[in-house]
Ligand binder design. Structure first.
Ligand SMILES: *Cc1c(COP(=O)(O)O)cnc(C)c1O
Length: 445
């Protein structure tokens, strides 16, 4: 049977990003200043972001144009295919269709390049010479390194320690694109040094690495900070994914019944589902939209919806979001990109309004699903992506039970070819499941 794949041409790459802020039932809660707890002034953000990015962060315009220089780079791997996983369907004996939007073909192998390119470009035209960031599994650092190289900007990356040790090849990729990479907690910042003193074996977390990156940014000239998830402008840049997918489904005359994405900070999930959410908000569509998170770091399913810091050190503005607490350090699961204590405010708002739902899954079952996907479909998924695959398979098994055909679509956020040590641990029975413990993984009791 031929592979069923809906391809678009270069002419079909979206020319505008979709800004869901224009379609929310009520406006987002304003971010608060970390010290005064009053609504943050836009000028507070100028220490770390260029003005053109801040404008996108707060824009209420539904459509925002994508500059030609950004499109030129995106066209290196976009548009991406929408593929039907027929062999997986057969192996599961399900009456459901399973489709995936494949973001693993970008330079760094994930969706993260979509925003990295936009952010490097807007920083370049704003005069930034050096960008600083954090990275969990190394995907974001790799994507930003690539993007900075395209636009001639220096790049400094704080990489969460557990990933720095588990994923040395991501470090190498960042260095190919000329980035400086430091393990976090590091000795380069006050925040890092304080944590090392308290817990020398700390595996690190995204929240902690963000604190280090921000401290570095505000203490260096011509330097700005860049975040790979969570913020409104990041989610905005990712909407090329869902806009393409929507067009692909339209061309095939298919309406998805369930959309699924893994969620760490929420950007690949948002990029895929936001263009489908407008219909759900207005009541035209009854499609289910499911975010999948790890049981070890379940912000949407176990967190509170309240104001919290985006980082561990309490330097970022307070954002209203689902959070496990900014000092929560999750266990060192292999899906490093999902080890974040909070969730994007936009995704959180949709969760609170029940436009989307969430599910938490454990580490061993996600690798089981990813191995089944690799055996049937031939693609090795990132451990983060494996969370979406798990729930897509569970939904297809539900369909087998109740005999109801349905269309399941998930976002394949990235490949796992640099995550093979995690697969090795799974295959040799060395992986461990983790339940949520509020005190987190850095504190030993
Ligand atoms: C970073 C990453 C994620 C998680 O980040 P989001 O902002 O939630 O998308 C998921 N999948 C892959 C492959 C990643 O690299």
């Amino acid at each position: 049977m031929a592979k069923t794949e809906i391809l678009l041409t270069k002419q079909d790459i979206p020319r505008q990003w979709y800004n869901i802020q224009a379609d929310l039932r009520s406006p987002l809660a304003l971010p608060l200043h970390p010290v005064t707890n009053q609504p943050a002034a836009l000028s507070d953000l100028e220490a770390i972001f260029p003005v053109n990015i801040i404008e996108q962060e707060v824009s209420q315009e539904r459509w925002i144009g994508i500059p030609d220089s950004v499109l030129d780079v995106l066209a290196m791997w976009r548009p991406t295919p929408l593929v039907r996983a027929r062999r997986l369907e057969e192996a599961l004996g399900t009456p459901a269709q399973i489709w995936y939007k494949y973001e693993g073909g970008s330079p760094s192998g994930s969706h993260k390049n979509n925003t990295a390119v936009a952010q490097a470009y807007f920083n370049k035209i704003a005069g930034t010479k050096r960008l600083v960031t954090e990275t969990g599994a190394g995907q974001w650092g790799t994507a930003l390194s690539f993007a900075c190289y395209q636009f001639g900007i220096e790049c400094q990356v704080y990489m969460v320690r557990v990933s720095y040790d588990q994923k040395p090849y991501r470090r190498t990729m960042m260095r190919i694109w000329n980035a400086e990479v430091s393990p976090s907690p590091s000795n380069q910042t006050n925040t890092g040094r304080a944590m090392l003193q308290k817990a020398p074996d700390c595996p690190g977390s995204l929240g902690l690495a963000i604190s280090e990156a921000i401290e570095d940014t505000v203490t260096h000239a011509n330097t700005k900070y860049s975040l790979g998830s969570v913020l409104n402008h990041v989610l905005l840049h990712q909407t090329v994914i869902g806009l393409e997918a929507k067009e692909q489904f339209n061309r095939a005359g298919i309406k998805p019944d369930i959309l699924i994405g893994c969620a760490g900070g929420g950007s690949n999930f948002a990029g895929f589902v936001f263009p489908f959410c407008a219909g759900k908000i207005s009541g035209e569509s009854d499609c289910r939209i499911v975010a999948v998170e790890p049981t070890a770091c379940p912000s949407l399913t176990r967190g509170d919806y309240r104001y919290d810091f985006g980082d561990t050190g309490g330097m970022t503005p307070l954002m209203k979001m689902y959070t496990l607490g900014h000092d929560f350090i999750p266990a060192g699961i292999h899906a490093g990109g999902l080890r974040y204590h909070g969730m994007a405010p936009l995704v959180s708002a949709l969760m609170n309004e029940k436009v989307i739902e969430a599910r938490a899954v454990n580490q061993i079952p996600i690798f089981e699903a990813a191995v089944m996907f690799a055996r049937t479909e031939g693609l090795v998924a990132a451990p983060e992506t494996a969370h979406a695959i798990r729930v897509a398979i569970d939904e297809a098994l539900e369909a087998r039970k109740d005999g109801q055909p349905r269309v399941i679509a998930f976002i394949f956020s990235g490949h796992g070819l640099l995550d093979l040590s995690a697969y090795e641990a799974y295959l040799s029975g060395q992986l461990q499941d983790y339940e949520y413990t509020p005190q987190g993984g850095c504190v030993k009791s």
